[in-house]
Design a protein around this ligand. Sequence first.
Ligand code: AMP
Length: 280
Amino acid sequence: MLVEPTIAGVRRWREAQPGSVGLVPTMGFLHAGHLSLVARARAENARLCASIFVNPTQFGPREDLSTYPRDMEGDLAQLERAGVDLVFTPDAVTMYPPDFDTWVEPGAIATLLEGAARPGHFRGVATVVLKLFTITRPDRAYFGQKDAQQLRVIQRMVADLDVPVAIVPLPIVREPDGLAMSSRNAYLSPAERQAALVLSRALALAQSRWQAGETDAAALRQAVCELIAAEPLAQTDYVSVADGEGLTELERAAPGALLSLAVRFGKTRLIDNVVLGESL
Ligand code: AMP
């Protein structure tokens, strides 16, 4: 496995690959969710590239950029075992030289939900992902449904800007007790880790109410909010029942609607979601 911190080095490698190339972009501190993307990408491509880059431009000024968990050595060992051919590990100056001054500005979809809570977040995401695409020129790129809105922002960008890459979405990988895997779970105290189980329980409750015939989106949002409010360590940021594509809020929850939420446990903000009609 090659570990390549420079853009020129990745380009040289890419030019030497005659077959298909898959890309798995990550911010590192890898877990089984990331590895599910790597496994799928490994199976579908002749060559496999992963990237590890904690992208500063997608963090707000009061967010956790400086404390974001990192484990480069452990990550590289996992990627090597998973059959990755090249890992792109740029530093911030490589991706954003001092004179950097061009951005990808996603539209309406990026103003909702995570975009409303984290101004500028999706501009940073879209910009870095487009750069990763032009540097690695993948045939396919793999993204988790865990970050459902990010996935849709990237799908929109690729369609709007005619980027020649197939976006492959993959389901959320959960801990055995239901908590969605996330690098940020490492921040949780034992009590917060226990309390965070309320997220998947709330999603499961809404899903079962919906399956039992409750299609009033406000009633579903309320049921989720009430369950979370009963957990003293949880502070709800938002609960949304939205159209699965454009992410606008719904009055009636149809199959394919996205029920998503963001909840704080102490200093840690977690997100999770379920598509109505699909398994959790
Ligand atoms: P991150 O390192 O958090 O930027 O995530 C890198 C990629 O892994 C993104 O496409 C995420 O959506 C995906 N991912 C993160 N957590 C999970 C999970 N629990 N299940 C599936 N994919 C995930």
